[in-house]
Design a protein around this ligand. Structure first.
Ligand SMILES: Cc1ncc(COP(=O)(O)O)c(C=O)c1O
Length: 460
């Protein structure tokens, strides 16, 4: 249906929603490196992973071969509460920028949790329920993931224990109350409720916490309570798999109108939205069927891709999780208190790390004041109040569109608008009052993080 007039919003029919998730690993010649047991340095077996994660999710985590995995009907039905999500043609932004570029964004903020995180939360809660578990534990930074998981657990009648990074717990009381409304218990991390929390508090008194600390606590609680497993909102292969609904819907909508993106942009915290958005397009590129320019955008204050090392490292500060091979700043790296809580993770998805390492993707680091300038411009022109995390992608989409203005190129740009920023008004306030700074870690700061990466033969 090429050349048809393109509406402001393309909404698919419910019947056009994906029935299968797409597993990009199946098409990768260089597979992401397996998770390692930190004790034996051998790949984690399904049995070992099963102590921490739900059984079906372990299978998905280890599955590097099946390109398509059925989405259970109950999950598809849950998705229908807030999907298909719109693919928006940013006509107003294009006009304002006076660019010949055509800009599209896939908007994932149209659900109560406010972000794409619900796509994986419902899947992970569903498999926990299927396994007959009592509940799940997790960490949350800014709170989007915790909120999404609370919603999914409420729907399936599962207990949900959330460890929330202390600084966010204190700064975002409303986010916390949304989670409690959905029935979750929310504990500020690090806390006195776990062994690892007490240790971190002893070593770093007064710390405001990090995602890495909260992960350690949530894992400890899951593995020490009968009938509980731990679930993670990003980084893992299974999460990227669930998030492939974003890219699959975007591709179906674009194909319907004969649109082919040239540049695909997403913010990258642990990599789940970016991985999900690019998966089907990356699959085409890996199979030699098409060519795209992928750009991962991260904060200059937490530059895992652009300044990190591609090594095996712990995903958590307490060093109790398996080792993942990824671009990392070191599990002890605690980024400055920038306002994109969801992008403050020291590592990155192994799948995306491998793709980046193989030169299939570009990464850019951007400073937060320029991110908020883009966020504000976008809000004023397109109407949506974007999350600080999502605004990283907006920044680079605008930069790319302005480049097209200079060169006259009519590129088609697609970016992921992962969520809304209603709970981030303190950050917007700081920006408006001129109180926002751009902290960029020095090489010495980064070295301190790198020094904590475990070293062993092959990981130097
Ligand atoms: C709105 C939003 N966008 C993006 C992210 C980054 O996560 P990921 O890289 O897994 O998509 C988060 C994480 O909390 C988020 O809340």
């Amino acid at each position: 249906m090429a050349n048809k007039e393109i509406p402001y919003k393309i909404y698919l029919e419910e019947s056009e929603m994906p029935k299968k998730w797409y597993n990009v690993r199946a098409d990768m010649a260089n597979k992401p490196a397996p998770l390692l047991n930190p004790g034996t340095l051998k790949p984690m077996t399904a049995e070992e992973l099963g102590v921490v994660f739900c059984d079906e999710l372990v299978q998905q985590e280890l599955n590097d071969t099946d390109a398509w995995i059925d989405i259970p009907e109950e999950i598809v039905n849950f998705y229908k509460m807030y999907r298909p999500s719109p693919l928006v043609r940013a006509y107003c932004l294009e006009k304002k920028l006076q660019t010949p570029a055509k800009i599209y964004y896939k908007f994932e903020g149209n659900n109560t949790s406010g972000s794409h995180k619900l796509n994986s939360a419902i899947a992970q809660a569903y498999y926990a329920k299927q396994q007959g578990l009592k509940g799940v534990t997790t960490e949350t930074g800014a709170g989007q993931w915790g909120t999404a998981l609370s919603m999914a657990c409420a729907y399936l009648d599962l207990d949900c224990k959330v460890y929330m990074v202390k600084v966010s717990y204190e700064q975002k009381p409303f986010r916390r109350e949304v989670m409690r409304t959905y029935g979750a218990s929310v504990t500020p991390s690090p806390s006195e409720t776990t062994e690892v929390g007490r240790r971190i508090l002893r070593e770093h008194p007064g710390t405001t916490g990090s995602l890495g600390c909260a992960i350690s606590e949530a894992v400890e609680v899951a593995t020490s309570h009968e009938g509980y497993r731990y679930v993670l909102g990003s980084v893992l292969n299974q999460v990227l798999l669930h998030q492939s609904v974003i890219g699959l819907e975007a591709k179906t909508a674009m194909d319907k109108y004969g649109i082919k993106p040239d540049v695909i942009i997403g913010c990258a915290g642990g990599g789940s939205n970016l991985g999900g958005l690019i998966s089907p397009f990356m699959g085409e590129m890996l199979r030699g069927e098409a060519d795209y320019h992928f750009i991962a955008v991260e904060p200059a204050s937490c530059p895992s891709f652009t300044r990190g090392k591609f090594l095996y490292d712990f995903c958590d500060t307490g060093k109790i999780c398996p080792l993942a091979k990824m671009y990392t700043l070191g599990s002890g790296f605690i980024p400055s208190a920038n306002h994109a809580g969801g992008l403050r993770f020291h590592g990155m998805s192994s799948t995306l790390s491998q793709l980046y390492h193989d030169g299939l993707m570009e990464a850019r680091a951007v400073e937060q004041t320029s991110v908020f300038e883009a966020a504000e411009q976008f809000a004023r022109i397109e109407g949506i109040l974007p999350a600080p995390e999502s605004s990283h992608a907006i920044r680079v989409a605008i930069d790319e569109a302005l480049k097209c203005k200079e060169t006259g190129e009519e590129k088609t740009i697609l970016f992921g608008l992962t969520g809304t920023g209603y709970f981030d008004m303190v950050a917007y306030e700081k920006f408006h009052n001129g109180e926002m700074s751009d902290y960029i870690p020095s090489d010495e700061d980064l070295q301190a993080g790198f020094d904590g990466i475990p070293r062993f033969p092959g990981n130097e």
